[in-house]
Design a protein around this ligand. Structure first.
Ligand code: TYD
Length: 207
């Protein structure tokens, strides 16, 4: 879908920080871009996010989790993404359907096909025009961050899980290289930000 851009990456890659810097840059330079995130991003979707990420819900079934992410996605598309795109705006979303493919499909082991099918119902034609992948291995990311946040249910699952997620992203990129813009995120914050802006300018998003 034209003007719909998603940003993906493993835990600790600095995705949230990079997105907030980009948002500030867009605001200062008059680029009319809507920034949003998943899971959540709108009132009802944020309520679903709380259930998903609540550390007390450790008995949540993996498939239940996958449906909740998809449910949050449906609501967020309706409330935020679709109206903005219809108004001709650019939408940049911090995580989207690729997160479900790799976290639920490959990390949790539900299988990529099942998660792709489930999400076809949720997203329909709303696949991103392109997806930026901030590339940093979990080994490096966790070292840089000083360990996982145990109060976050997804971060607390352990290193092997995050390695599967990272390898999952690599698998998606290999299968659909046209859709992905891979950015090496191992340098300084400023270097990563410069690369991110360069991609968005080259792709005609910031104009
Ligand atoms: P968040 O605190 O926003 O993490 P991050 O800053 O890494 O994006 O929490 C989102 C968590 O939800 C993150 O661990 C990835 C996970 N997630 C999925 O497992 N499946 C999904 O479909 C989405 C959108 C996120």
């Amino acid at each position: 879908m034209r003007n719909f851009i998603t940003i993906e990456g493993c835990e600790g890659v600095g995705k949230t920080y990079q997105t907030s810097l980009l948002k500030q840059y867009c605001r200062e330079n008059g680029f009319d871009v809507i920034f949003t995130r998943e899971p959540g991003g709108s009132d009802i979707a944020e309520q679903i996010r709380k259930i998903i990420l609540d550390a007390n819900n450790k008995d949540m079934d993996d498939l239940c989790e996958a449906f909740l992410y998809a449910a949050s996605r449906i609501q967020h598309l309706k409330d935020i993404v679709k109206p903005a795109l219809e108004q001709g705006k650019v939408v940049i979303c911090d995580r989207y359907v690729d997160s479900s493919y790799v976290y639920q499909g490959l990390g949790r082991g539900l299988g990529l096909n099942k998660i792709v099918k489930l999400n076809e119902i949720a997203v329909g034609e709303y696949m991103p025009e392109f997806t930026v992948f901030l590339d940093l291995s979990p080994e490096y990311a966790f070292k840089r961050k000083g360990g996982a946040d145990q109060s976050d249910r997804m971060e607390a699952v352990g290193y092997d899980f995050h390695l599967k997620v990272y390898e999952g992203y690599k698998q998606l990129i290999a299968a659909d290289p046209e859709r992905f813009e891979v950015i090496d995120a191992s340098g300084t914050k400023e270097q990563t930000q410069a690369k991110l802006r360069e991609v968005l300018i080259r792709r005609g998003v910031l104009k």
